[in-house]
Structures are given as C-alpha cells and as structure tokens.
Write a protein that binds this ligand. Structure first.
Ligand code: MD6
Ligand code: FE
Length: 214
C-alpha cells in the first residue's frame, strides 16, 4: 500500500492568481471513465490537425463534443455546431464530462457553469501550443475548465499582456485548471511535450477544455 498515491490524498487547491485555480488531482477519481469514453467520441468526430488563419498546420490534434465545437481554418477561429469533417453535429457532451466541469468550476468559485463546448486536444511528444488568449467565446463571464489526462506537460501561465513573462507549471494526469474572472484573458500555452513519459495514455497527453461559447 502506498498511501501517497491515493487520489484523495493527492488533491490540493492552488490559487494561481485571482480568477485562476489549479485543482490538483480533482479528476483522478473519474479519470479511468473519462479515458474510456474518448474512443466513442473520436469514432464520431476524429482527431484532426487544424490550419490557422495564417496557413500553419497546428501540431496539436483536436476534436470536440458538445452543442458547439472550436474550429480553425484559413477563414480564422470560430465555434461551429457541425463538424466540418463530415457536416454532422459534434457528439453530445457526456454527463460525466458536464458534471466534472461543473463541479470543478463550483469549487473554484464559479457556481452554475454550464458548458456547451468541450474542446479535446491531443498532444504527441514534441507537440506544443503557442502562447495565446482564449477570446473566441461570446461571453467572458463564464470560466474555462481544463482537464489534463495522460502524460504530464509544462503549462505556461502569463498575464493579461503577451509581454509578461509566463510562469511554468507542471500539469499531471487528473489535474484541473479553472480560469475565469480577472484571469479569463491571461496568456497561456503548453511547452513541447517530453517524449519519455509513459502513462495510462502511453506517451500522449489529452486535454479537455470546457467552455461556454454560445
Ligand atoms: C492545454 N490549455 O492545457 C491547453 N486555455 O492543453 C489551454 O489552452 C487552456 O488549459 C484556457 C484555459 C485553460 C487552459
Ligand atoms: Fe487556451
């Protein structure tokens, strides 16, 4: 028995700044179920690498579930009700996903969060997400809830201005970051994923980000 591995003992709340909270291990208890649902979703809307407005292929592969999905192409970034890969709606948001996101938001001080999008990001070793702001949503009063699964990654967490030097935070399987209020438009990103980590997802990292976009 190794008590320090028990999920409940690894839970911890870290306030990163006003509006941003890291809930260490918040999703651990449900993580096997979260991982088990993924193939059902990706069978309907597979992972794909999207193109930015500038014509660059994103290294992170993405898909969505929920009433809306985040998409990018040469026309820019936006939310769309149908998957452009086949023109049908995105898979529905599983209750387990919704309940987890709502619970995390509530614990971080954002009660009543009702997400309509879950963006699913898949990182392979070497892939990264450049420093950015999440500003394609209609309403910035709702937070974003971000769930990390699989391989650990270094999360860059900056300020409201791109020029502010970001701090570095290692996110592990089962960690949840909630992001809203004063921190809603802070710059953030993911450093290139280290290749040598083996987890429940092998060397991959999956990130679920829940949003209220519509
Ligand atoms: C990621 N996350 O963790 C990328 N955005 O893979 C994000 O871009 C993000 O974690 C807004 C709020 C929380 C996040
Ligand atoms: Fe983001």
């Amino acid at each position: 028995m190794t008590p320090f591995l028990l999920p409940e003992l690894r839970e911890e709340t870290v306030v990163l700044c006003p509006g941003a909270t890291l809930l260490r291990g918040f999703a651990l208890a449900q993580s096997d179920d979260l991982v088990a649902i993924l193939p059902n979703l990706t069978a309907q809307s597979p992972f794909r690498q999207m193109v930015t407005k500038g014509g660059h292929l994103m290294s992170v592969a993405m898909t969505n579930c929920g009433a809306l999905g985040w998409v990018s192409d040469r026309k820019g970034y936006r939310y769309a009700a149908c998957d452009p890969a086949h023109g049908r709606p995105w898979p529905a948001l599983p209750d387990l996903f919704r309940d987890l996101a709502q619970g995390a938001a509530n614990d971080a001080g954002f009660p009543g969060f009702s997400p309509d999008v879950c963006l699913i990001n898949r990182y392979e070793p070497g892939t990264r997400l450049a420093l950015h702001q999440d500003r394609d949503e209609r309403d910035f009063t709702a937070p974003i809830v971000s769930v990390s699964l699989g391989a650990p990654a270094i999360f860059l967490f900056g300020g409201r201005e791109r020029s502010e030097k970001p701090r570095r935070l290692k996110l592990f399987h089962g960690d949840v970051v909630v992001w809203g209020g004063q921190a809603r438009l802070n710059f953030h990103g993911i450093l290139p994923l280290k290749p040598d980590q083996s987890t429940i997802l092998g060397p991959q990292r999956i990130n679920l980000t829940f949003r209220k976009a519509g």
